[in-house]
Design a protein around this ligand. Structure first.
Ligand code: 3HC
Ligand code: NAI
Length: 701
């Protein structure tokens, strides 16, 4: 496309309107900044023009720089839009709808005025892709709204709704969401066209609040979450420059700090994750434009740990949801838990009390299937037993309207066996939430053998509707996420048999970037869940690798936090895990009984033992076409298991080590430990052909 098409100019009386038209989100791709400069300069030079408006065509203002262009070594622009706006002798109004993010907001901040519709959102989210606002945002925003508020916005990267942005002073006027923004902006431009002197943000001073070291306080606040990262700290340094330096020196400092980030592994991984998330929405066997079911009401069967959380997801999205249980008593217990969860959020200040009342009111009780018959979607979350699930699905099939989406939250059971008891197996699919369901963002969308593309597409769309990150896969024991994670879970316990301790494993994984170590996570979730799964698998498979230490712990009544002890011990009312000598003794004793001599482990060995075992399993999953592509594995690990986002995801991380190296190590462990480490055929072929994990699907065909 030429810059002519990407940016064009309209004349409305005395007002010149510069329109950016680069679908879908008006990113600042090559040609867009050049087009803006050309038209702004032309408008400034035209005596018939008194003021100008910059506006976006389509669904948005400008969503920022074109993220795909970073690292491509494009030469800097000879003249930037910021200079064109600031050097204009005529006032310029940025007119915002949709999103003004990153470079988009930076463009608006270099204009003289900003007007937006109420539904618009603005923000500087660069930190979320490992960058900082490199177009003057770190220098202008603190001057406009003060360094403290600017620091909060820039370091969090959050999208700010227009009414709040107006309160903060970012916007000069907000018009109703349904107003004609172009007309309103032209009206505004006419009102201010003669106003002089022209106010530029660069001429303002960013004053620190007295007696407060906002920069040190922010570093402290983010220290846990920003572990191993540099971008959040460079963002802080850049805002600090806004209060300590003259504007132009601050811009130079911002540029230096930006350059440190743009080629960092952290930013590359975060940019990869951004696109992987979007790629996950594209399903090769679901044609584009497949109709999706409109969801206005929902029902959940089972108000236990998961059912309650799933009901909250609907209520949080403003969708009325019914919850069906076997008895009034079980329903009451479920509701109690839902209310408690909301109350904790209110106490923490993350939810207004009035909002809690609204959400609780959206959740209603049901004890007979007839009561939920009109729901657009029903999600089953009863006990993980095939017989119970089949019984429930027979009932669901009996009452639900023909076009309802019928979904199961099973963790590992065969979706096809559940579907086959109904008269409409093609309407059944998996919607696998992760615990706690109202918090974890992953929604694993599972396709059964007969599930139609409409049902899969509708389940993906449902995920978006309730603010989840949906990613799809096929049907197998454990589906994609849990199946790829299972070898990790086994290996962490097998390492104990060789002399490792839970506290050492947890330390390594927390240092790697997980919010919690895997043993502490096990204690939080409850060790009885894994125990039951192992028993089930051991019964079905005589070669199943049992985990005697993990089993013994459960048989001792150590089920995790809920019993005050699991892999670690817990003080009453405190969730901090403490190493427990009883567990150390048990590990020593049992590993000796197994004939092992305890040995020491390096941190690197622990990390690779855990993650490589899962990489190998993920290759099997890809080979079996249960997964479309490695990037979907990454999305599931990022959103389902808390894998550090700045490492891109399991497979992206493994690519950083190299397919050949991963293969060699797995082959060596195959020799040392036997069959469970047998390299998958796909892994062997990837290594032979020097194809990366990210391109693995190209070898699957
Ligand atoms: N660059 C390149 N492509 C982009 C893009 C960007 N900044 N923003 C969105 N896209 C693409 C997406 O990849 C997607 O492409 P696809 O259809 O081929 O998958 C398409 O645009 C639509 O995007 P979404 O599916 O995400 O659309 P939504 O409506 O759900 O969300 C959005 C819109 C909130 C704008 C979201 O796309 C987003 O967050 N974009 C990124 C915003 C951002 O990070 N901006 C800062 C960029 S860095 C910068 O400006 C540096 C500067 O300071 C120097
Ligand atoms: P839970 O035991 O906490 O809750 C199950 C609920 O279902 C109970 O309240 C029970 O009364 C109800 N129930 C049982 N039979 C019923 C029936 N016939 N009709 C209506 N209600 C019935 O179990 P949890 O943990 O919530 O698990 C539910 C499902 O979610 C299982 O399939 C599980 O595998 C899956 N899952 C669990 C996760 C977890 O971490 N707990 C994570 C992801 C999925």
């Amino acid at each position: 496309m030429t810059e002519q098409n990407l940016v064009y100019f309209e004349r409305h009386g005395d007002i010149g309107v510069v329109i950016v038209d680069n679908p879908p989100v008006n990113a600042l791709s090559p040609g867009v900044p050049e087009g803006i400069v050309k038209h702004i300069d032309a408008g400034a030079a035209d005596p018939a023009i008194k003021a100008m408006v910059v506006i976006g065509a389509g669904r948005s203002f400008i969503a920022g720089a074109d993220i795909r262009q970073f690292g491509k070594g494009r030469p800097p622009l000879a003249r930037k839009p910021y200079d064109a706006y600031e050097q204009s002798s005529k006032p310029i109004v940025a007119a915002i709808h949709g999103y003004a993010l990153g470079g988009g907001l930076e463009n608006a901040l270099a204009c003289h005025y900003r007007i937006a519709v109420a539904s618009a959102k603005v923000g500087l989210p660069e930190v979320l892709i490992g960058l900082l606002p490199g177009g003057g945002g770190t220098q202008r925003l603190p001057r406009l709204i003060g360094p403290k508020a600017a620091l909060d916005l820039i370091v969090s990267g959050r999208h700010v709704p227009a009414p709040e942005a107006a309160e903060l002073g970012i916007l000069d006027r907000v018009v109703p969401s349904d107003a004609d923004l172009k007309l309103e902006a032209i009206k505004f431009a006419n009102e201010i066209s003669d106003k002089r002197p022209l106010r530029l943000i660069r001429d303002l001073v960013a004053k620190l609040p007295e007696g407060e070291d906002i920069f040190e306080a922010k570093k402290k606040e983010i220290s846990r979450r920003a572990r191993n990262q540099i971008a959040p700290y460079n963002n802080i340094k850049a805002v600090q420059a806004a209060v300590e330096m003259q504007f132009d020196d601050g811009l130079k400092r911002e540029r230096e700090l930006f350059e440190e980030l743009v080629n960092s592994n952290e930013s590359k991984a975060l940019r990869y994750a951004f696109f992987a998330e979007r790629e996950a929405q594209k399903l090769p066997d679901v044609p584009k434009g497949t109709p999706v079911k409109t969801i206005k009401t929902a029902a959940v069967v089972g108000a236990g740990t998961m059912g309650g959380g799933i009901a909250m997801c609907f209520a949080d999205a403003g969708i009325p949801v019914q919850v069906l249980e076997i008895s009034e008593e079980a329903l009451e217990k479920g509701f109690e838990r839902i209310r408690n969860n909301y109350e904790v959020s209110v106490k923490r200040g993350s939810l207004e009390a009035a909002e809690m009342v609204k959400r609780v009111a959206l959740i209603s009780k049901a004890t007979a299937y007839e009561q939920i018959a009109e729901a657009d979607v029903v999600i089953e979350a009863v006990f993980e037993e095939m017989g119970v699930k089949q019984q429930v699905f027979k009932e669901i099939d009996r009452v639900m309207k023909p076009d309802a989406l019928l979904l199961t939250n099973t963790s590992a059971l065969d979706i096809d066996q559940i579907a086959e008891v109904t008269s409409r197996p093609e309407k059944i699919g998996g919607a696998h939430f992760f615990s706690p369901a109202n918090v974890m963002k992953l929604l694993e969308v599972v396709k059964g053998a007969k599930t139609t593309p409409e049902v899969t597409a509708s389940t993906m769309a449902l995920g978006k509707l309730i603010s989840k990150a949906p990613a799809a896969c096929g049907n197998c024991d454990g589906f994609l996420a849990n199946r790829s994670r299972t070898p990790f879970n086994s290996e962490m316990v097998i390492m104990l048999e060789e002399g490792c301790l839970p506290e050492q494993v947890d330390k390594v994984m927390v240092e790697f970037g997980y919010p919690m170590g895997p043993f502490a996570v096990g204690d939080l979730a409850g060790l009885d869940i894994g125990y039951a799964g192992r028993k089930r698998r051991a019964e079905a498979d005589p070669n199943y690798r049992t985990l005697p230490i993990a089993d013994k712990l459960v048989e001792m009544g150590r089920l995790g936090q809920k019993t005050g002890a699991g892999w670690f011990k817990y003080e009453k009312g405190d969730r901090t895990p403490h190493p427990d000598p009883i567990v150390t003794d048990l590990i020593n004793l049992m590993s000796k009984d197994m004939g092992n001599t305890p040995r020491s482990f390096t941190d690197e060995e622990i990390l690779k033992r855990l993650l490589f075992s899962s990489v190998n399993e993920a290759c099997k999953i890809l080979e079996e076409k249960i997964s479309y592509r490695a990037s979907d594995v990454d999305i599931m690990w990022l959103y389902g298991f808390g894998f550090p986002r700045y490492r891109g995801g399991l497979m992206y991380w493994a690519d950083g080590i190299g397919v050949q190296q991963v293969y060699n190590q797995i082959a060596a462990w195959h020799q040392a430990y036997g069959d469970r480490w047998a390299p998958s055929d796909l892994l062997r072929r990837l290594a032979d052909k020097k194809v990366s994990f990210r391109e693995a699907h190209t070898l699957v065909g």
